[in-house]
Design a protein around this ligand. Structure first.
Ligand SMILES: C[S@@+](CC[C@H](N)C(=O)[O-])C[C@H]1O[C@@H](n2cnc3c(N)ncnc32)[C@H](O)[C@@H]1O
Ligand SMILES: [Zn+2]
Length: 326
């Protein structure tokens, strides 16, 4: 992570209050980048490791790694300092008690959906079997381009991409905002996004591992939040509460969703109408053209050479109003 990013981050454990983090850089690749180290909350002493350049702003790293066991070995092999090796050893000693039988995550590098998102966002080929069959020319990343194209440029503003996966939308937003940050629970996606960031030499954005339900940010920080195709993965009411908290007054939020609950275990499901009602109840003003009419925007994932998921996603934009107001 960029060392200067530390001042934008807050401890995830003090909901709704500002608590800054200090940074202890153990390894730095070029003076401005922390490749190994710890962020620390001075109030509760919570430690957040930075491993291989990726900051993990998580309340419980041991629990996180218990559903992603293959990451721990990689982290231990790549760690360069004795302080990090000690920390990881401590984590691995608590792991046996926590390891869950599911133990597999679809969005890590060995998971079945990892390549699908790289394909949709960056790596598709216009000669692709499925895409070349379509009567109307269409690219899998059209959705993200549409979102960014419809967003006003704000060269003093800050934007947040929640559940960013490999970061395509964040890269595009960085051309319109002073500062952009992407968060995702997948360590592999965040590493991938940071690799792409380094090769593109884009200096005004960064990516960290964090949970959208416990965002590591101070209140009222962002002019724009985008939450694309993530609402099925979490309690939507909690997500809206967190977005409301980190947005500035009148800040804008953009959602897209296929409402595909086949992929998740959520019980509190929403659809186009109930989502709009919940948004208004949660203190957002929906842009007039999105209030009643749901949208059907094409979005494709390539699962493998013979399987594609073709969705029509709903798309809407809203602004933060005070809670209770519509
Ligand atoms: C369906 S993908 C959408 C990715 C991207 N926004 C897009 O539209 O291409 C869902 C993403 O959300 C991430 N995710 C799921 N639950 C999350 C949570 N609680 N906090 C942060 N990211 C989460 C997954 O790791 C995955 O990258
Ligand atoms: Zn704290």
């Amino acid at each position: 992570m960029r060392i200067q990013l530390a001042r934008h981050l807050a401890c995830v454990k003090h909901y709704g209050r500002n608590r800054n983090l200090s940074i202890d850089v153990l390894e730095s690749s070029n003076g401005s980048e922390c490749s190994e180290g710890f962020l620390k909350c001075e109030e509760c002493n919570q430690l957040y490791p930075v491993i291989d350049g990726v900051a993990l702003l998580l309340e419980n790293v041991a629990e996180y790694i218990s559903s992603r066991p293959s990451l721990l070995g990689k982290w231990i092999l790549s760690s360069k300092t004795s302080a990090m090796k000690e920390y990881l050893k401590k984590i691995s000693s608590t792991l046996t008690k926590l390891t869950s039988p599911q133990g597999h995550n679809l969005y890590e590098v060995d998971g079945s959906l990892y390549e699908s998102y790289n394909w949709t966002q960056f790596d598709f080929d216009s000669n692709d079997r499925f895409l070349s069959l379509l009567k109307h020319k269409m690219y899998p990343n059209d959705l993200y381009n549409k979102v960014v194209h419809s967003t006003a440029t704000n060269l003093d503003g800050a934007a947040l991409d929640m559940g960013c996966s490999s970061g395509y939308a964040a890269f595009q937003l960085a051309k319109k905002f002073a500062f952009v940050i992407g968060i995702d629970l997948s360590f592999s996606f965040i590493s991938e996004a940071r690799r792409r960031m380094a090769s593109l030499r884009q200096g005004n954005l960064d990516f960290v591992v964090a949970d959208c339900i416990m965002p590591p940010f101070h209140p009222n920080r962002f002019d724009l939040v985008i939450a694309l195709n993530i609402i099925e993965f979490m309690d939507t009411e909690q997500l809206l509460d967190r977005i409301h908290r980190v947005l500035k007054d009148d800040g804008e939020v953009v959602f897209s969703s296929p409402y595909d609950y086949n992929r998740t275990l959520q019980v509190n499901k929403v659809g186009p109408q109930s989502f709009r009602q919940l948004l208004q109840k949660s203190g957002f003003r929906i842009g007039s053209r999105y209030v009643t009419s749901e949208s059907f925007i094409p979005w494709t994932l390539r699962i493998n050479e013979r399987t594609y998921l073709f969705y029509y996603v709903d798309y809407l934009r809203a602004r933060k109003a005070s809670k209770g107001k519509r």
